[in-house]
Design a protein around this ligand. Structure first.
Ligand SMILES: [Zn+2]
Length: 252
């Protein structure tokens, strides 16, 4: 039994006018919503709650995806690339391969990291490791947590459960699937992307690997998608990104 499932979502219902909280009528990302005579003023959705939602939505997504079995060459290759990374930077990380042509990878706040076989086909090991470092960066630097929290606070299913004093465990599989979909298709800010690149450079260095692999990973995506495309290159331009990575390599 998962002890965390019994945690109640804390919702403050305050009979006050919300306009004092924020100029746009929102508080902590939640739009003012009338509940009886009170108002949904704040959702104390903490990091443990978000991590639990991430774990459940990852489980849901795994069940709907073609996960490479341990004996698959893809799974063996990912296991080899991620050797020694299951506990890294204070994070507990779980790696799996999805068999799909997408050149993609993503991570969630709980340390779930999924790499698509399309990415493994497109890059040599050192570049895959760089991409994984970038994804771990989003977890370690709490980009994944902040994004999922924000998304959950505006999710009507979550709001309904939270306002009734429910638990994360009450989210249905389709609601968890929707949360997972958002995580897979997460778009981070330019600042977050550049920070994650820098994290990857440091990680590669700390593992005794060539940090230039991060630069080469961006170049591989550029060769596949052109200067503006690719999942790693949606925000900063590739040239800006490569400049920043080169600076990070010089500084690390
Ligand atoms: Zn990213």
């Amino acid at each position: 039994m998962n002890m965390v499932c019994s945690r109640k979502l804390l919702i403050c219902v305050l009979p006050v006018v919300l306009s004092a909280c924020a100029s746009d009528g929102s508080f902590d990302g939640v739009k003012a919503t009338a509940i009886g005579v009170g108002v949904l003023a704040a959702a104390a959705l903490d990091e443990d709650d978000v991590k639990q939602a991430a774990s459940l939505s990852a489980k849901e997504l795994d069940s709907k995806s073609l996960v490479a079995t341990e004996s698959s060459p893809y799974a063996k290759r990912l296991a080899s690339i991620t050797t020694g990374l299951h506990n890294y930077a204070g994070l507990k990380l779980d790696f799996k391969v999805y068999i799909a042509k997408d050149i993609n990878a993503f991570a969630m706040a709980d340390g779930t990291v999924r790499v698509y076989s399309g990415l493994l086909d497109a890059m040599p090991d050192d570049q895959v490791l760089a991409v994984i470092g970038h994804e771990i960066g989003h977890v370690k630097l709490k980009h994944s947590y902040r994004q999922m929290r924000e998304q959950m606070l505006t999710n009507t299913a979550f709001q309904a459960i939270a306002s009734a004093g429910g638990t994360i465990g009450q989210l249905t599989s389709s609601e968890l699937g929707a949360i997972a979909y958002q995580a897979v298709n997460a778009r981070f800010s330019q600042k977050d992307e550049l920070e994650s690149d820098q994290f990857a450079v440091k990680m590669l260095r700390s593992l005794g690997k060539d940090p230039n692999a991060m630069l080469r990973a961006v170049e591989t995506l550029e060769s596949l998608y052109g200067s503006g495309g690719g999942f790693l290159s949606s925000h900063p331009s590739n040239s800006q990104r490569k400049d920043e990575i080169t600076k990070a390599i010089g500084a690390s």
